[in-house]
Design a protein around this ligand. Structure first.
Ligand code: DGL
Length: 256
């Protein structure tokens, strides 16, 4: 079986890594739209169009299941993708929500993400429907921080403090990392929030949840595609996947 995974850039590699760990005998095609990242400050229409283009390319690669490894694209484009595609399509939001609901003790959940994800209100709606209190915060500097490889040290700590102080004051007990770049800042985030806050990353939950759809293919190819060789791309691939992997560059178009 071949699983397609796409993200606006490199962040979705954190999801790909969780999938490969759980399904080593499956073929993967990953597309990172590095030419157009970030999606997190684009309009809903643009995110939907970009997502359709990513899906269309991966369909051409012969995928049989699609994972939308981008919170922004999952917030705005998941339903449209499900309508257009005849293969199973999964996003990262619902698995993160379910895990947070299982984790919370006091029903006070924080959600951090891009401006687009936060203003879509998808996390808030799904969580509040289960009777918990939700406190959201967009953290627009986290993505460029990760893309610059600044994952620890004073700058990272200061930016985390700048955005998360408000949530800490709200006395939350669970924090959802609602953006695929944020797991790379997890150690700094956990240190700042303290032990009383459980940090939830949806990658592992998503990987577990798709289990009944996954079939071993007896092979384990990994094809990576990006739409631009942005500065730092090679270093980030190596940082996230733990090894350097060759990739192809392409330009997207769409027939969907
Ligand atoms: N991958 C995006 C997300 O998970 C973050 C980067 C972007 O803004 O495109 O929301």
């Amino acid at each position: 079986m071949k699983i397609g995974v796409f993200d606006s850039g490199v962040g979705g590699l954190t999801v790909l890594k969780a999938l490969i760990r759980l399904y080593p005998q499956v073929d993967f095609a990953y597309l990172g739209d590095t030419a157009r990242v970030p999606y997190g400050d684009k309009s809903a229409q643009t995110v939907i169009r970009y997502s359709l283009e990513c899906a269309d390319f991966l369909l051409g690669e012969g995928i049989e299941l699609l994972v939308v490894a981008c919170n922004t694209a999952s917030s705005y484009a998941l339903n449209v993708l499900k309508e257009h595609l005849s293969i199973p399509v999964f996003g990262v939001i619902e698995p993160g929500v379910r895990r947070a609901l299982r984790t919370t003790q006091r029903g006070r959940i924080g959600v951090i993400g891009t401006r687009a994800t936060v203003s879509s209100g998808v996390y808030k709606r799904l969580l509040e429907a289960n009777g918990v209190e939700v406190f959201q915060k967009a953290c627009p500097l986290f993505v460029p921080l990760v893309e610059e490889g600044i994952l620890q040290g004073n700058i990272a700590k200061e930016v985390v403090r700048y955005y998360l102080s408000e949530l800490k004051d709200r006395n939350i007990d669970t924090l959802i990392l609602g953006c695929t770049h944020y797991p790379l800042l997890r150690p700094v985030i956990e240190e700042f929030m303290g032990r009383s806050v459980s940090v939830v990353d949806s990658a592992e939950s998503l990987a577990l949840e798709i289990g009944s759809y996954v079939e071993n293919s007896g092979s384990s190819t990994l094809n990576l595609f990006f739409t631009d060789r942005s500065p730092g791309l090679d270093a980030l691939i190596e940082l996230i996947l733990g090894k350097s992997v060759d990739y192809k560059l392409l330009t997207l178009s769409c027939k969907l």
